[in-house]
Design a protein around this ligand. Structure first.
Ligand SMILES: [Fe+2]
Ligand SMILES: [Fe+2]
Length: 308
């Protein structure tokens, strides 16, 4: 009889027979050993910003295409791009800190000699470096760390402590995929600031592994009828708050606009809505295939502006 993988007593029994899980983690560990970054050394932090260059594609900005946008100068539009990137990066840090705790909880009950747990620990180390990288980018841009806002910040406090398996990996997939869609375009656009391009490239490469890990965990879980409805609802709340927190209203004050006016104009902006739908399209499909989109959360996904 082949040797069975060692599992700590607290781990669910079905994990005793999960060779595919070990194979995936083995592949991800090998890929991490081959290509990982140290952002403190691998980003050129001393380079000055390029005059006249946007920090992200203007078409992805929350006010793009509105009358307010038409009245802004080119300098104000570029400044807004810097503050929206800073806001999204600070929400990235908020979620990465949540994720690090959820992954530690995932590892805590499992065998540390398994590839699966060793990859969870590797991912925590990646996220730790990413959060430092985002924080340094925000500081370098001279923008504040806007954060996710009072309500989302404190819901995050609860979420990172009590999330179930599907919520941990469903929420992770969601945030990682929307950031991936945003940053993949940024890293390939050579008209943008080199700083945001370099940060995006490092993040996209390392996140691709995290996304495979989360996707496999998500589909591995079997859910009953009632539990599925509950997971859908809870995940809908995560999607709603993570998406609506992306652009902090104070970014508008940085370009001389009233934050309340900016927020209202962005909310009604069809371009911004279609940007969010475009960024979330792939991950909503994955969540749907995992049975995590349904009547219990479609209204929340619609309110977040990520489905039509
Ligand atoms: Fe990350
Ligand atoms: Fe990640």
């Amino acid at each position: 009889m082949p040797p069975q993988p060692a599992v700590t007593p607290g781990a669910p029994d079905r994990e005793r027979t999960a060779p595919d899980r070990e194979r995936t983690a083995e592949r991800l560990l090998a890929s991490s050993a081959k290509l990982s970054f140290n952002p403190l050394k691998d980003v050129d932090w001393d380079a000055d910003p390029v005059p006249g260059a946007y920090y992200c594609p203007p078409r992805h900005l929350s006010l793009y295409g509105t009358d307010l946008w038409e009245r802004m100068t080119e300098g104000e539009r570029i400044e807004l791009s810097k503050h929206e990137v800073a806001s999204i990066a600070s929400v990235g840090i908020w979620f990465e800190e949540i994720l690090m705790q959820m992954l530690l909880r995932h590892a805590f009950d499992r065998d540390p000699t398994s590839n699966h747990v060793q990859y969870a620990l590797t991912e925590i180390a990646d996220e730790c470096r990413h959060s430092i990288m985002f924080a340094r980018m925000i500081e370098k841009m001279g923008a504040p760390a806007y954060g996710a806002g009072f309500v989302a910040h404190n819901l995050g406090r609860l979420f990172k402590a009590i999330s179930t398996h599907s919520q941990t990996f469903g929420g992770t997939m969601y945030v990682e995929e929307i950031l991936d869609a945003f940053q993949r375009e940024m890293m390939n656009d050579d008209t943008l600031q080199p700083l945001t391009r370099q940060v995006s490239r490092i993040h996209v490469i390392e996140e691709a592994r995290h996304i495979s890990y989360a996707r496999e965990e998500l589909v591995r879980k079997r859910l009953g009828f009632l539990q599925r409805r509950w997971e859908q609802l809870f995940l809908g709340v995560v999607v709603y708050f993570a998406t609506t927190a992306l652009i902090h209203p104070r970014v508008y004050a940085a370009v001389g606009l009233d934050p309340k006016v900016g927020k209202a104009v962005a909310r009604a902006n069809p371009h911004w809505r279609s940007t969010k739908i475009e960024m979330a399209q792939k991950v909503i499909g994955v969540l749907d295939r995992a049975g995590l989109v349904g009547a219990a959360n479609r209204w929340l996904l619609r309110a977040a502006g990520v489905i039509a």
